[in-house]
Design a protein around this ligand. Structure first.
Ligand SMILES: *[C@@H]1O[C@H](CO)[C@@H](O)[C@H](O)[C@H]1NC(C)=O
Ligand SMILES: *[C@@H]1O[C@H](CO)[C@@H](O)[C@H](O)[C@H]1NC(C)=O
Ligand SMILES: *[C@@H]1O[C@H](CO)[C@@H](O)[C@H](O)[C@H]1NC(C)=O
Ligand SMILES: *[C@@H]1O[C@H](CO)[C@@H](O)[C@H](O)[C@H]1NC(C)=O
Ligand SMILES: *[C@@H]1O[C@H](CO)[C@@H](O)[C@H](O)[C@H]1NC(C)=O
Length: 474
């Protein structure tokens, strides 16, 4: 097997950069745009991580606000109310910082005499992408809330979230919405595309719609939004770890050395990089084992596999070399973490791999010793894994219908006349998206604001939220 070393090396040097300056970035990330809405509520709710969600003001009689009459006292306040849509409706958010936006949607059904949560059937669209299809939600009395997270590129102007019920007898709902501008280094545009024993460059990653499907802190504890500067949740890896031998779990009490050009604290927080699982050689032989994780995945999509590494366990530089496999394919041979982390221990590094999930129902990630591994040393390490789904060729993260089709399928009279046009519209849509990006104007940069942002002020100032019937809007 021949691997294109040039590509890998180029990628490696792009990530590790040769700058020597340590980014002692202790200042917290402050997004340009941050919208936190507690839908259907009339009062602010404060989350346990300190963030304040404000009510979504409705100017339309087409939606209904609902309050849970029997709230679970242990459930956060944002899940006690919901906004219910009987017709296609949308939220619009002004985006002042073009680039990747992080969108989180919270869903938690509850008992209500007016709405049977089993008949909630709807799709959610974000800026021309179909991101979610919900069927028979159920009211989830025992189940926790369903939280969906997306990374969507917005070149200019607005981010629009549409809720489209499947038919007149069904409805859509949402409990809370987060729209936050992502840091510029969160989604690099280039990754390594791993398929059938080949590794080649993959460009244009940043402009795909991404859905985070798994986010795992390897070897460590669950990380809650409280300890993550982008308010993410990282769960433990036990349910995915699939190796027969006893790998070692390790913790690090020292400081994680974030460097300029390497993984930043926004890419992965301290609590992810300071725990790991590793393979250790304790005698003259190198263990012939892999550490393997298996993740459920839906076929028919490409996936981005982001692996987080931080070598705080080696006794010195230049001792840790290992292979990385994705779906059984050698994705990175002889990964030299010292070099990748610019010759500094306890300094984080991540690698992005894109894989085809055509006929998959699971995705495997393995780390094991390589030909360059040395005895009496660490011979493999992994600190975190993120798995993100890429939109398919019709621009959907959930099904085979494009956004235009979903919008047109809302029953309103001459549907049958429209159906033949829909396929053409899908094609035109993707063409127009390309064109629009080309003619996209650069916006003036907006000064960064300090957290916590007074969202209600932002709300009033920019009039960021409107709900209206999409069929009446242009
Ligand atoms: C945040 O991280 C610290 C340090 O690891 C830990 O002690 C604390 O329990 C965490 N807090 C939450 C709310 O997860
Ligand atoms: C090294 O240690 C492993 C287990 O720790 C053992 O299985 C193996 O036989 C040892 N090899 C040698 C050469 O002692
Ligand atoms: C580790 O995994 C790779 C990819 O699946 C495989 O080719 C290799 O044989 C495995 N090594 C061991 C020791 O199981
Ligand atoms: C390691 O070395 C062996 C023998 O020289 C070679 O066949 C193999 O391709 C090398 N690489 C890996 C990943 O095993
Ligand atoms: C995602 O959608 C965009 C726009 O519709 C399209 O250009 C791109 O090819 C899609 N991605 C994949 C992996 O098909």
């Amino acid at each position: 097997m021949a691997f294109p070393y040039t590509n890998l090396t180029l990628f490696l040097s792009l990530l590790s950069l040769s700058t020597l300056s340590l980014a002692l970035s202790l200042s917290a990330f402050s997004p340009v745009d941050i919208y936190l809405f507690d839908c259907g509520s009339t009062v602010d709710s404060t989350f346990d991580d300190g963030r304040r969600f404000v009510p979504d003001s409705s100017t339309s009689a087409r939606s209904v606000s609902l309050r849970n009459q029997n709230p679970n006292p242990n459930s956060p306040q944002i899940y006690q109310t919901a906004r219910v849509f009987r017709r296609p409706s949308k939220y619009e958010f002004q985006i002042h910082d073009p680039g990747t936006q992080m969108v989180r949607l919270h869903f938690q059904g509850f008992n209500s005499c007016n709405f049977d949560w089993n008949s909630a059937q709807f799709q959610v669209l974000v800026n021309g992408f179909v991101v979610l299809k919900v069927n028979n939600f159920g009211f989830g009395g025992v189940l926790g809330p369903m939280i969906k997270e997306y990374l969507i590129w917005v070149g200019t102007g607005k981010l629009v979230i549409r809720f489209v019920p499947d038919k007149k007898s069904s409805f859509a709902f949402v409990n809370a919405i987060e729209v936050v501008s992502a840091p510029k280094d969160l989604v690099a545009d280039t990754a390594m595309y791993v398929s059938d024993g080949k590794v080649v460059g993959f460009d244009g990653l940043a402009k795909q719609a991404l859905q985070v499907v798994h986010r795992v802190n390897v070897g460590g504890h669950k990380v809650t939004p409280f300890n993550d500067s982008l308010w993410r949740t990282w769960i433990t890896d036990e349910e995915f770890f699939d190796s027969g031998f006893g790998s070692e779990r390790v913790y690090f009490g020292g400081r994680i050395k974030y460097q300029d050009g390497g993984a930043s604290r926004e890419v992965g927080p301290d609590n992810v990089y300071n725990s790991a699982r590793l393979i250790r050689s304790t005698n003259a032989s190198i263990p012939n084992v892999n550490m393997t994780w298996v993740f459920p995945a839906v076929g028919g999509y490409k996936y981005l596999v982001r692996m987080h590494f931080c070598d705080f366990a080696s006794t010195s530089l230049g001792l840790l070399y290992f292979n990385v496999y994705v779906n059984g394919n050698l994705a990175y041979e002889d990964l030299d973490l010292s070099k990748a982390a610019n010759y500094m221990l306890a300094s984080p590094f991540y690698a992005d791999f894109v894989v085809d999930g055509d006929d998959l129902d699971s995705l495997t990630v393995s780390v094991g010793p390589s030909n360059a591994s040395v005895p009496y040393a660490i011979d493999g390490i992994l600190n975190g894994i993120e798995i993100m789904k890429l939109n398919n060729s019709v621009g959907s993260l959930d099904g085979e219908h494009c956004a235009e089709w979903v919008l047109r399928s809302w029953p309103r009279g001459h549907v049958s006349l429209l159906v033949p046009l829909v396929a053409a519209a899908c094609v035109l849509l993707s063409l127009s998206m390309v064109t629009r990006r080309r003619i996209m104007r650069k916006k003036e940069s907006v000064a960064w604001t300090k957290l916590p942002v007074d969202v209600s002020e932002v709300n009033a100032k920019h009039g960021n939220i409107h709900q209206s019937d999409i069929l009446e809007s242009t």
